[in-house]
Design a protein around this ligand. Structure first.
Ligand SMILES: *Cc1c(COP(=O)(O)O)cnc(C)c1O
Length: 354
């Protein structure tokens, strides 16, 4: 495979978008106070308050695993538990970091066919045990959009948060691809978060086009108490914080965050449209954000790899393609053409075998 050719195995294969790059360059003048005392970090926090139309507390971490783990740890005591989907990144891809940073809070994973949690799932798990021998449910975490590319509607988040309030549970949102969800829903960031009952949001910058960095947003300032100490202890307090925060100032204020998300979503729809109805290419999940999951025969999967395409099959055995701010439409069309070709070849081979 030629180096530098676009691949859609992960949205993290993409580089830094020009706006984020320029913002880092702009911040790279002279001296600024360290550890978040700089002007860029103050401006970024204000940009989040403007975007979310509320007085939220904002923190920055290097990656999503830290953002999620520290946010969950701040909502839990060690004897508490966290309800999540069995497809959740916190459950499947964080190497136990949520349990580690919370000193043992247990994740309670609910089996889910599409990656989403429902109010019924939450109620039945949270009320199944209330004896002292079981870790007390304290938090619900949902991923928006899910690891399977599904987007929770405002009504769905509200229904979840109502159950949470009733059962005295906090609601955390893993928004590693939050921009893709907002672009898909066409709603305001406030509508799908605090106005729908979300207490804490981890807002992904990396998959949105930054070099590095996620924002942790507390909509209830009381929950943010001492969170700065937690970040520092976990090795997540950037000394030259301006390089994590300056890109947010630019991306949030000129709409780049949403444009990047919308472009990635459009590429996913473009691929889905070109393979819909093609025999041997079955969409495994609905395409609602920047992910396309395709069920392929083993022969077609092998042939696609031989044509140089990289992709993962860790979710449900289907081939996953993720699009990003820089995905080229021509390259998406090349993938669609190769998918159709390998499906046709694999169908012909099957016919001969019969
Ligand atoms: C990418 C991702 C994260 C963050 O992962 P890091 O590699 O730790 O930055 C968190 N949640 C979801 C759903 C993700 O896809």
């Amino acid at each position: 495979m030629a180096d530098h050719v676009q691949q859609f195995a992960s949205d993290n294969y993409a580089g830094i978008c020009p706006e984020a790059w320029q913002a880092m360059q702009e911040a790279n003048h002279g001296h600024e106070p360290a550890y978040g005392g700089d002007i860029w970090t103050a401006r970024a926090a204000d940009a989040f308050r403007a975007l979310f139309e509320t007085e939220c507390e904002v923190f920055f971490a290097f990656n999503g695993t830290a953002a999620n783990s520290l946010a969950l740890a701040s909502l839990c005591q060690s004897y508490h538990s966290v309800i999540c989907s069995d497809a959740a990144h916190v459950e499947t891809d964080e190497c136990g970091a949520p349990e580690f940073f919370s000193n043992g809070s247990k994740l309670l994973a609910v089996p889910s066919s599409d990656g989403k949690l429902t109010p019924e799932d939450i109620r039945s798990l949270a009320t199944r045990r209330n004896d002292i021998h079981f870790p007390k449910p304290r938090v619900v975490t949902i991923t928006q959009p899910t690891e399977t590319g599904q987007v929770y509607t405002v009504e769905e988040v509200k229904a979840i948060s109502e159950v949470c309030r009733e059962l005295n549970l906090r609601l955390h949102m893993d928004g590693a691809r939050f921009a893709n969800a907002c672009a898909s829903l066409g709603c305001s960031p406030a509508d799908i978060t605090w106005k729908a009952g979300v207490d804490v949001l981890c807002f992904g910058g990396t998959k949105n086009g930054m070099a590095v960095g996620e924002a942790i947003i507390f909509f209830d300032p009381k929950l943010a108490e001492d969170f700065d100490y937690r970040c520092k202890q976990a090795g997540q307090l950037a000394s030259k914080m301006r390089y994590l925060s300056a890109p947010w100032v630019r991306l949030l204020s000129d709409g780049t965050w949403l444009r990047n998300g919308a472009h990635a979503n459009a590429c996913a729809r473009r691929l889905a449209e070109q393979i819909t109805g093609v025999p041997g290419l079955e969409l495994y999940f609905k395409v609602e954000a920047n992910a396309v999951f395709i069920k392929l025969s083993a022969a077609a999967e092998k042939a696609l790899r031989e044509r140089g395409w990289r992709f993962y099959t860790f979710i449900g055995g289907s081939a996953r393609f993720m699009f990003s701010w820089d995905s080229s439409l021509e390259r998406v069309d090349e993938l669609a053409a190769d998918l159709r070709a390998v499906a046709a070849e694999s169908a012909a081979l099957t016919a001969v075998a019969r």
